[in-house]
Design a protein around this ligand. Structure first.
Ligand code: GDP
Ligand code: MG
Length: 270
């Protein structure tokens, strides 16, 4: 799931992430035009293949907040959506056909933080705190192409400090075992220090050094989405669909869903 303020590039990023045009049903000329403002929660399913393993992935795009005059409880519809998926699962689990449940629970929420603010905004804090007991939150720094490398670095540190300071419980990468090799530990550390992942989205293919790549063309140069010197896009995608997919599911099942279930049963017996 993607969430956050309107206009930060959520729809564009999910489209770039899975290299598919999620909005292809809309009858317009190119992806750029097809992605219009997201006005309701929408679900797309994509089939991806990772190292020969076929995966069916569901992407939930949410309308960004910030457009309304009054943004109090702007997180409500997203929270309700997550709860509804838990509720459905809970019902299916108590039903007859509980061997073949379709799992629509939200396993991860990419939360978009504006690159233009000085760290987190009050709404970001409110939003993440309203969701952190329900879903694995992975914060991302949106539109990283608008910042210099040094600004990205500083902003990441500031945001990590604020997350800590406000008691926001984001998704924690599991600690690696002490017997893992050095290279693995190094990667793990790098991943932890990437938070919030600096991302850049684009739906256009441009030509860079003779290669056709997904990127953004500026008068002064090309920003490549999949170039790790330009942003953390590749790192984020690998984390989501390779290295940490199972852990995201495990935490959802063992922590978030268990919380929901316990509350449900409590309220039934009251
Ligand atoms: P959403 O409201 O968060 O879903 O944002 P959209 O994906 O609709 O994008 C809003 C605008 O930002 C569009 O004009 C996009 O082309 C532009 N945009 C999307 N991603 C990026 C990015 O990484 N960098 C920059 N500079 N612009 C972006
Ligand atoms: Mg959108």
């Amino acid at each position: 799931m993607v969430a956050g303020e309107s206009g930060l590039g959520k729809s564009t990023l999910v489209n770039s992430l899975f290299l598919t045009d999620l909005y292809k049903d809309r009858k317009l000329l190119n992806a750029e035009e097809r992605i219009t403002q997201t006005v309701e929660i929408t679900k797309h399913t994509v089939d991806i293949e990772e190292k020969g393993v076929k995966l069916k992935l569901t992407i939930v795009d949410t309308p960004g907040f910030g457009d309304a005059v009054n943004n109090t409880e702007c997180w409500k519809s997203v929270a309700d959506y997550i709860d509804q998926q838990f509720e459905q699962y809970f019902r299916d689990e108590s039903g007859l056909n509980r061997k073949n449940i379709q799992d629509n629970r939200v396993h991860c929420c990419l939360y978009f933080i504006s690159p233009f603010g000085h760290g987190l905004r009050p709404l970001d804090v409110e939003f993440m705190k309203a969701l952190h007991e329900k879903v694995n939150i992975v914060p991302v720094l949106a539109k990283a192409d608008t910042l210099t490398p040094n600004e990205v670095k500083k902003k990441k540190i500031k945001i990590r400090e604020e997350i800590e300071q406000y008691g926001i419980k984001i998704y924690q990468f599991p600690d690696c075992d002490s017997d893992e090799d050095e290279e693995f530990k190094q990667q793990d550390l790098e991943l932890k220090e990437s938070i919030p992942f600096a991302v850049i989205g684009s739906n256009t293919v441009v030509e860079a050094k003779g290669k056709r790549v997904r990127g953004r063309l500026y008068p002064w140069g090309i920003v490549e989405v999949e170039n790790s010197a330009h942003c953390d896009f590749v790192k984020l995608r690998n984390m989501l669909v390779r290295s940490h997919m199972q852990d995201l599911k495990d935490v959802t099942r063992e922590t978030h869903y268990e919380n929901y279930r316990a509350q449900c049963i409590q309220s039934m017996t009251r």
